[in-house]
Design a protein around this ligand. Structure first.
Ligand code: SF4
Ligand code: SF4
Length: 377
């Protein structure tokens, strides 16, 4: 009787302690599962809640990888969603210059466009503004080196904040693509998209200004009577000539096939995510079939789904793939509109040991598990 009374007392004390500290029972997951936090309402407060739920203490200089949106793009995420997170963490917005000729190809005009688009409440750093940083890579199928911007090394940790939406060549673009293309230098972008050296289009329109020759760090370009000729044995694939030519004669070379392109993305994401600690937030809103690099992207084809966060890049991408499919009542929402399944990214990332495909979805507002079906209701 006495023993039963003391067990009851212990249980009551535990209950009272639990109530007084307002703690929730810890979500248990299996070894091959990861937690993905979810919120249905995409608000600035909930974006901060998602980050805090991860329980990761990021210290030092934090890079917040965003996408500023191409000029004319109407679907990129409203920067105001990030304001509470920025006020809490004091990160720097980080991006890299793009491969094609646009305002986002050059650092000054890229930063000016970012500010026009509302990214005014944190410093902005274009990681390849000064130089390229090359990391050696081992044991990968496609790369023995990975090219990012030299400022990448200046940060202690990264928050990878991604607009989960369609992409013409990758099926969808989420965290993997935001690291792979989003943190690559233009030369790194070209290496993923295409052959490692540019092609010349309408070469005979060359006016012989010599700007490409002067900018080429490898001495790989000769101007002939027929226009520029690239010595591919010298070319290092930096893509500087693409930006330099006023007539846009240089273009990325022949594109990689679909499967190879997806694998290349994953290999870039793997190497860079192993260099610095990263956490991931994906926002499923304004979901068009095309990405935010489109100057005029098609209108969104799917309703708002919600936002998710995880420390596991494979789990978060799988969660977004499944949530968007359920929302559209289909197997693969992006294969339906782009003819390519982004799931290839997830499968290859899993194969490379980057995370778990299985996940437990937790509502960040209630702290309770939530089913995929309830999440998309
Ligand atoms: S990609 Fe770079 S190295 Fe190759 S030709 Fe162009 S400027 Fe020269
Ligand atoms: S920059 Fe363009 S136009 Fe000028 S020399 Fe090179 S290829 Fe010709």
């Amino acid at each position: 009787m006495k023993k039963r009374f003391s067990l009851l007392a212990v249980a009551l004390t535990a209950l009272l302690l639990c109530i007084s500290c307002n703690s929730k029972p810890k979500i248990q997951v299996a070894d091959d599962e990861s937690i993905v936090y979810f919120c249905k309402d995409i608000t600035p407060e909930n974006i901060l809640k998602l980050y805090e739920a991860l329980g990761v203490k990021q210290e030092g200089k934090i890079g917040l990888k965003v996408h500023f949106g191409e000029e004319g793009n109407q679907n990129f995420l409203n920067p105001e969603l990030l304001r509470p997170l920025v006020e809490k963490v004091h990160p720097t917005f980080v991006e890299t210059n793009v491969l094609y000729v646009s305002k986002r190809r050059f650092t000054d005009s890229h930063i000016a466009l970012a500010k026009e688009h509302g990214f005014t409440f944190a410093p902005i750093d274009i990681l390849d503004a000064e130089d390229e940083l090359v990391y050696p890579a081992e044991g990968l199928k496609h790369f023995d080196k990975i090219k990012t911007g030299s400022h990448f090394a200046n940060y202690d940790a990264y928050i990878i904040y991604s607009h989960f939406k369609g992409h013409g060549s990758a099926g969808f673009g989420g965290a993997i693509k935001n690291i792979a293309m989003g943190l690559a230098s233009p030369g790194g972008k070209m290496a993923q998209h295409a052959e490692a050296f540019p092609s010349c289009r309408n070469a005979n329109s060359c006016v012989g200004c010599n700007r490409c020759v002067q900018q080429c760090p490898a001495g790989a370009i000769t101007i002939t009577d027929e226009g520029p000729v690239i010595d591919t044995s010298k070319c290092i694939g930096c893509a500087k000539c693409i930006a330099e030519c006023p007539l846009k004669i240089f273009t990325p070379g022949k594109g990689a096939d679909e499967e190879v392109f997806l694998e290349r993305l994953v290999e870039y994401a793997k190497v860079l995510s192993e260099k610095k600690p990263m956490v991931y937030i994906n926002v499923m809103d304004n979901i068009s079939k095309s990405c935010d690099c489109s100057g005029k992207a098609p209108a969104p084809f799917m309703e708002k789904v919600g936002a998710v966060a995880s420390t596991d890049i494979v789990a978060i991408e799988m969660a977004c793939h499944q949530l968007t499919a359920l929302k559209q009542k289909t197997e693969d929402a992006f294969k339906d509109v782009n003819g390519i399944s982004g799931l290839g990214q997830v499968e290859y990332a899993y194969k490379l040991g980057m995370g778990n495909k299985k996940f437990v979805l937790v509502d960040v507002v209630t702290g309770e598990r939530i089913s995929l079906e309830d999440a998309v209701k």
